[in-house]
Design a protein around this ligand. Sequence first.
Ligand SMILES: Cc1cc2nc3c(=O)[nH]c(=O)nc-3n(C[C@H](O)[C@H](O)[C@H](O)COP(=O)(O)O)c2cc1C
Length: 304
Amino acid sequence: MVNVETELCGIKLRNPTILASGIVGVSGAACMYAAKNGAGAIVPKSIGPVEREGHNNPVLTEFEGGFLNAVGLPNSGVDSSLEEIESAMKNSGVPVFPSIFGGTKEEYGEVAKKISVLNPQMIEVNLSCPNTANDFGTPFALDANEASEVIKIVKENTTAKISAKLGPNVPDIKAIAKAVVEAGADAISAINTMPGMVIDVKTAKPVLHNKQGGISGHALKPIAVNCVYEIYKAVNVPIIGIGGVSTGEDAAEMIMAGATAVGIGTGIYYRGIDVFSKVSYELQKLMDELGYDSIEKMKGAAHK
Ligand SMILES: Cc1cc2nc3c(=O)[nH]c(=O)nc-3n(C[C@H](O)[C@H](O)[C@H](O)COP(=O)(O)O)c2cc1C
């Protein structure tokens, strides 16, 4: 069978599937469970400088094309999360890339410094959570200067590789990608959820307590593929393609657009926690059929 190993900033992954941030929390056990079910790497839920409760219920709803969530980044804060993340790193048997966020640029630096005592190989910098705007103002990923300043500060506070997680709702994602790479990002995670709303017509009220949320799942896939395609043209760093991946064919699309690895979140709701082994197996079969003998050879194929 075809080898589906891949390499992200010098970090070897047994297969290109990565647990996307936020889907199973930060607990060591949950991360281990995803790894046992085939994930090539794990990104735990984003952690910030202090404890945060997140939004009230309902925080998640399904619609015909996907899911809408406004969880609101609940987490116990970096100090209280270190033990769980360390346990995830020790017990998963695959690389674990902590995800961080902050309300200010300085807070990103502070969280990066604290998490770096665990010596992670890579940190994902969540610049793009779309449903905390009321608390934090505009997400940093919407502005090239703001995003690059965050990356510079994170870079000053860690020796880990950094992946900048971008959002889709910008006029020119290439400009944001270029700015964060110039500021020192070693990789790009694309994309976070897309802002959206679902209204219950019987009550004439938005379904989510936060009213607005982020779209994930099937509806996000073509948007994500387009973003990855654009970013691949603009910068020369590895891309983690995230958004609506739940089959081997979805993963192949992302890789052909230019991704080195793929994040899977909502795919767990669609196909169960073993979506990682299912996607890897299907990808392997598809690559065999299409005549690709490595991820590297398939990467960017849609640009040729
Ligand atoms: C319930 C839920 C919680 C999420 N929490 C986070 C988070 O804490 N940090 C983050 O960077 N992305 C978070 N995301 C976004 C996902 O990591 C991913 O970028 C997005 O869902 C698109 O991928 P998917 O279609 O495979 O789910 C969350 C998504 C969902 C559905």
